[in-house]
Design a protein around this ligand. Structure first.
Ligand code: PEP
Ligand code: MG
Length: 549
């Protein structure tokens, strides 16, 4: 059976079906007050459970799932959601279970009608939060405590809270009916290093508990009740993969140097302070992209200078003298803040997001810059502006940075005065004016996730091939020109878009002269291995061929 391989690896185990269909009876009630009291009790209990899961995940160092569960907590506390449940109970005299289901459905249906993959994915979150409240009202949760050894979980979809409840030592793999490569199941599986295949329609009905099942997370294939020869073949493949991972582990403290001695820098992308342990473990030489949006998303309003300072300082101090590149707030497009959700007018879109939003809301921008400048005292910090399209934006942003420094000086607050300032090159306009921009900054970091979507008129969240077309010669020419301009002006060129972690493209980027590769920490060993197994000459040939020139 064919699906999407969303977490690499091979698993051979026994199917364990988790049925997540919750049946709810509609009942007419006469006492809405006591029904609302039941609801509040279930909401409080749900919050307590999420807090306990968060603690467990923190112990496991599972940063991705923590971010997702924090979103669930925010949904649980969302006044709009809770009020609409109460309105159903009062206006239609229905039981809490039914009211929760209706309210969650109304929100999830509207999220599913958007074209935005990020928002579509949030539909699962609101349903998951609704199901949690319903289970607390009715007392029925999927039982993960009795998972037998060597299990492959087969289910419709897997929520982050399910993942927190599962004993991962007994788990071999995941197979789900729903979910893309950006779904929660995929993220959870990748973080835990468990092979997963998602998007197999009807799998829950096709298997029985205890069936032998092979999960090929490389090819996105699932084989049910295979013969002995097939089992042995896959066991051998699994062993081969393990040997390869073991080899990669040994590279941790070795440099990313080519066979002919040219050294490159590998850094990591992070979304919050909880990821730093993983960064240090991966052998990254620094942080090439700290996406600060999550610091804002985890807050009920714009975070204060002090709150941000402590968050940044935590990361910077843990990294010691290793460089930490903190990107200033980049909202708009697919990244939104909960406090903008209710007010559609105020919500930044791609037209007024990124640096444009910060230049418009200088108060918010300056608060962040001050927090970063202060954190700079504790290590090696660089600032990076997102979504630049024109040099005037860099000049204006730097003016706000100077104002922030002057104010800190006047208030006698310690800060780092000679902080390096760079920009993301993620719009075609920025790539084409790289020769002008390079005069104003200390470094470039190429953001291919956005650069590709705007150059090739595609959508990064879509499953179209164009959005992952790293071999497109026009995109490669833009990248080459940025790198050349950076070097001509004596600054370095980094890349922090997903392309930097693509094994197929790495040699081309080496050949184009990229200096710094920044990526998800889990991708670092494979990329380092490729760099260490090639020569500059071979890489230059690959680049020439790819450019088609
Ligand atoms: C990019 O656009 O490539 C990038 C790294 O930024 P983000 O994915 O946060 O938009
Ligand atoms: Mg971007």
């Amino acid at each position: 059976m064919k699906g999407i391989g969303t977490s690499a690896g091979i698993a051979v185990g026994k199917a364990f079906i988790v049925n997540k269909d919750i049946s709810i009876e509609k009942a007419i009630i006469s006492d809405s007050e006591s029904e609302i009291a039941r609801l509040i009790k279930a909401v409080n209990e749900s919050e307590r459970q999420l807090d306990a899961f968060l603690l467990k995940l923190r112990d496991e160092g599972n940063a991705d799932s923590i971010e997702i569960l924090r979103v669930h907590k925010a949904m649980l506390n969302d006044m709009e959601f809770i009020s609409s449940i109460k309105s159903f109970i009062i206006d239609e005299s229905v039981n809490s279970e039914f009211a929760v289901q209706m309210a969650a459905k109304r929100i999830s249906d509207s999220l599913r009608t958007t074209d935005d993959a990020y928002l579509k994915e949030r539909a699962f979150d609101i349903e998951d939060v609704g199901n949690r409240i319903i289970c607390n009202l009715s007392g029925g949760f999927p039982d993960f405590s009795s998972i037998p050894e060597e299990s492959v979980i087969v289910t419709k979809y897997l929520s982050p809270s399910d993942a927190a409840a599962i004993d991962k030592c007994r788990l071999k793999g995941f197979v789900t009916e729903e979910g893309s490569s950006t779904s929660h199941t995929a993220i959870i599986a990748r973080t835990a290093g468990i092979p997963a295949v998602t998007g197999i329609d009807g799998i829950v009905g096709a298997v029985r508990n205890g069936d032998i099942i092979i999960v090929d997370g490389f090819k996105g294939e699932v084989i049910l009740n295979p013969g002995e020869d097939t089992i042995n073949l896959y066991k051998a493949k699994k062993l081969e993969h393990k040997e390869y991972r073991d080899k990669l582990k040994k590279l941790k403290n070795l440099p990313a140097v080519t066979l002919d001695g040219r050294e490159f820098i590998i850094e990591a992308n992070i979304g919050s302070g909880t990821d730093v342990g993983e960064v240090l473990n991966s052998g990254a030489q620094g942080i090439g992209l700290f996406r600060t949006e999550f610091v804002y998303m985890n807050s009920s309003d714009f975070p204060s200078e002090d709150d941000q300072f402590y968050e940044y300082k935590k990361v910077v101090s843990k990294m010691g003298q290793k460089r930490v590149t903190i990107r200033t707030l980049d909202i708009g497009g697919d990244k939104e803040l909960p406090y903008f959700r209710l007010d559609k007018e105020a919500k930044p879109s791609i037209c007024n997001g990124g640096i444009r939003f910060c230049l418009e809301r200088k108060d918010i921008f300056k608060t962040q810059l001050k927090a970063i400048l202060r954190a700079g005292v504790y290590g090696n910090v660089s600032i990076m502006y997102p979504m630049i399209t024109d040099v005037s934006e860099v000049i204006r942003a730097n003016r706000v940075l100077e104002e922030a420094k002057t104010e800190l000086k006047l208030d006698m607050v310690p800060f780092c005065d000679d902080i390096k300032v760079g920009i993301m090159i993620e719009t075609p306009a920025a790539a084409m004016s790289a020769h002008i921009l390079a005069r104003e900054v200390d470094f470039f970091s190429i953001g291919t996730n956005d650069l590709i979507q705007y150059t090739l008129a595609t959508e990064r969240s879509s499953r179209t091939e164009a959005c992952n077309d790293y071999l497109n010669a026009d995109v490669l020419r833009l990248i080459r020109d940025c790198i050349c301009q950076a070097h001509k002006h004596g600054i370095y060129a980094a890349m922090c878009g997903e392309m930097a972690s693509d094994p197929e493209t790495v040699k081309i980027l080496l050949g184009l002269g990229l200096d710094v590769f920044s990526m998800n920490p889990s991708a670092i060993p494979v990329i380092k291995d490729i760099i260490r197994s090639t020569t500059v000459e071979e890489a230059a040939k690959c680049a020439c061929k790819a450019l088609n020139e």
